[in-house]
Ligand binder design. Structure first.
Ligand SMILES: [Zn+2]
Length: 412
């Protein structure tokens, strides 16, 4: 059976009908709708020689045994955010199913080929992303917090997990699944505007951004808006405002995809008749290179101290969260580039701003690469999320080529 990329598009539409409504995709992990999507996938792969298993973290695997136990993994996630898009996550699973069918029709592959549908990539219901992949990667270390988490209706996560056959105490047993994994491939929609702006259907992902997230608090003095002359003020918001403009320059000067975002500022007392006493800012900085990210952070800190001195206020920094950049495998990046050029003529290399299951797998030491396909208007996590059908078909072809090239390289 030859690869049929148009079938992937038809199946994605079928899945949208089955698990979405007028507001978008409703495949939130650990719900009946999500379970229906998993059953649907099971049905789609029923006729081929792949064995289905669900691991200790709820990840759904389809294994096509090869001559060797070493395995090529292709993965994605069928879960979505509430009112989500039809492609985020699902594209990689459904395209992966097509590639698996193609391998199955050609007899026993030299290596084992496995499709994985990761459980709860989005973290939409309980507020913690990458559940299944972080368990399989062995990086999950927050079981105590997970135990305490509830959804907006007060339902405990542990109970929701148990309803779907997952015992949190055993979730890390999923690590066994990555033993023998020789490579991991993931196709995903870009969820950003870069490929569309370049008029290119496909790109190779170099890795996922490192992130530095901080609360930056400027402290001045509240004073009457009428009686305090302009040169006698210690205005905390002035420091925050200058920093907001400066971080844009930091990102511009740094380049290489650097982004800095001041996502919010809370001022106190926050009334029209007072100079601002405290301005609490939340700052997010991202880059693919760890050293560069550290210097972006240092630049922002220096600037904040300079602005604080200028305005006669104080500034304090406290870290909210951070993660190191994760770089994908150099050899697989080359193969991915080659695959894209063969099906689409031109390739492009770009970093990923959002995290993906691929980052967890890569962190676990499995050589990993991702392909991005263009997103229309850069939108995702909304029912407006879309990609042209011809680009979806090209992406299935590129994934298939990449899988074949990777298999050939691993058996050399
Ligand atoms: Zn996704």
């Amino acid at each position: 059976m030859a690869l049929d990329p148009s079938r992937t598009v038809a199946e994605l539409r079928e899945l949208r009908e089955l698990t979405g409504d007028a507001d978008g995709a409703q495949r939130v992990a650990w719900t009946d709708t999500w379970e229906r999507a998993r059953e649907w996938l099971r049905g789609k792969l029923d006729g081929i020689r792949a064995d289905e298993t669900v691991d200790a973290a709820g990840n759904q695997w389809f294994t096509l045994r090869g001559d060797s136990e070493r395995a090529l993994l292709i993965g994605g996630h069928l879960d979505s955010v509430p009112n989500g898009g039809w492609l985020d996550g699902a594209l990689n699973v459904v395209a992966g199913a097509e590639v698996l069918r193609r391998f199955a029709s050609e007899g026993t592959p030299p290596l084992t080929v496995r499709l994985v549908n990761w459980a709860d990539e989005e973290g939409a219901r309980f507020g913690r992303s990458l559940f299944g992949s972080s368990a399989a990667a062995g990086s999950m270390a927050d079981q105590d917090e997970i135990r305490e988490r509830t959804d907006s209706n007060g339902i405990r996560w542990v109970n929701a997990l148990a309803e779907h056959g997952v015992d949190l105490d055993r979730a890390l047993d999923a690590r066994a699944e990555l033993e023998g994994a020789a490579a991991y491939l993931e196709l995903h929609i870009e969820q950003g505007p870069v490929l569309e702006a370049m008029d290119l259907p496909l790109g190779v992902v170099l890795g996922t951004f490192g992130v530095e997230r901080h609360q930056v608090t400027f402290r001045g003095q509240a004073a009457h808006a009428g009686s305090t002359p302009m040169d006698k003020r210690r205005d905390a918001l002035a420091g925050a405002a200058k920093l907001e403009l400066e971080i844009r320059e930091v990102a511009k000067r740094t380049g290489g995809g650097a982004v800095c975002t001041m996502g919010g500022v809370v001022t106190k007392p926050g009334i029209v008749t007072s100079v601002v006493e405290t301005a609490e800012c939340v700052l997010d900085q991202r880059h693919l290179d760890a050293v560069t990210l550290a210097s972006m952070l240092a630049e922002a800190k220096d600037a904040s101290e300079r602005f604080a001195r200028d305005e006669g206020v104080k500034v304090e920094w406290s870290r909210i969260w951070n993660i190191d950049p994760i770089l994908f495998d150099a050899e697989l990046i080359e193969l991915a580039d080659e695959s894209i050029r063969e099906v689409a003529g031109t390739s492009h290399r770009l970093p990923s701003g959002p995290l993906h299951d691929a980052a967890e797998v890569s962190r676990a030491g499995v050589p990993t690469v991702m392909l991005f396909v263009q997103s229309l208007r850069g939108l995702s996590h909304t029912k407006l999320e879309d990609t042209k059908p011809e680009h979806l078909e090209l992406s299935v072809q590129a994934l298939d080529r990449l899988a074949s090239k990777t298999l050939a390289r691993l058996t050399e």
